[in-house]
Unconditional design. Structure first.
Length: 239
């Protein structure tokens, strides 16, 4: 085979490979785009995604943040109250975020003090959902309590509460939340994937300033009448 024929053969092979890669990329892209939800089905979506949770949550996640990997995050709820604990791989707790109703506190176990922690940005460095709404989202529901306003939009729901708002994009069959972003569309964003039914198996939170956190579900149990551990007795930070 002469040099011209060999070069032509290599060029043809590269073209075939390029076309295959392009086709694969287009296929992946198509899979990642959720179909539009008809307006007539949004009432069904709301009823499904705002029904009560099966019980109190006890969940364990692998956690990665911008500054560190190999962390663990545990989530416990009891009614409207909850605890979110960030720990090192082998058990040493770094922080505990506790909420009851509309108030939340972060207990920084490294600094030995506590401060107000209204949302996930305080607890994880990214994502601005208030803690009760964030727990609902991780449990496979819309991030909306009974006190929040929920309005249907094309393939999504606009949710607003006391000093915060978001847009939650949903998909059908099964109903699940795919993405939640700050109401302005220019702030924090939470992306959910690997669902089992409505329950997300992976969650990525990010802020416009580059801060991010990733959660991968390891185990989840639903309990009835779950009890929360006592909180540490720490002074306010800065005192």
């Amino acid at each position: 085979m002469n040099g011209v024929a060999l070069a032509a053969r290599h060029s043809s092979a590269r073209a075939v490979v390029s076309l295959c890669v392009l086709a694969a990329a287009m296929t992946v892209g198509c899979r990642s785009v959720a179909p539009t939800v008809p307006e007539a089905r949004l009432a069904e979506a709301r009823a499904e995604l705002m029904r009560p949770l099966p019980g109190d949550m006890a969940a364990l996640y692998r956690l990665r943040v911008r500054s560190s990997g190999g962390l663990r995050l545990s989530l416990l709820t009891s009614g409207d109250d909850g605890r979110l604990t960030v720990s090192e791989s082998f058990g040493s707790a770094l922080s505990v975020t506790a909420w009851s109703g509309g108030s939340a506190r972060l207990f920084d176990l490294r600094e030995g003090c506590q401060l107000e922690a209204r949302n996930l940005a305080a607890a994880l460095g990214a994502g601005g959902l208030p803690m009760p709404q964030a727990a609902l989202l991780l449990g496979g529901r819309l991030p909306a309590t009974a006190q929040d306003r929920v309005e249907a939009r094309p393939s999504s729901f606009a949710i607003s509460g006391d000093g915060w708002s978001c847009l939650a994009r949903v998909a059908a069959d099964p109903w699940r939340v795919l993405e939640v972003e700050e109401g302005s569309g220019e702030g924090w964003r939470v992306t959910l994937d690997d669902h089992t039914g409505s329950l997300p198996g992976s969650v990525r939170l990010r802020n416009p300033d580059g801060q991010w956190a990733e959660l991968a579900l390891v185990r989840l149990e639903w309990k009835q009448g779950g009890k929360l551990p006592a909180l540490p007795d720490l002074p306010a930070c800065g005192t």
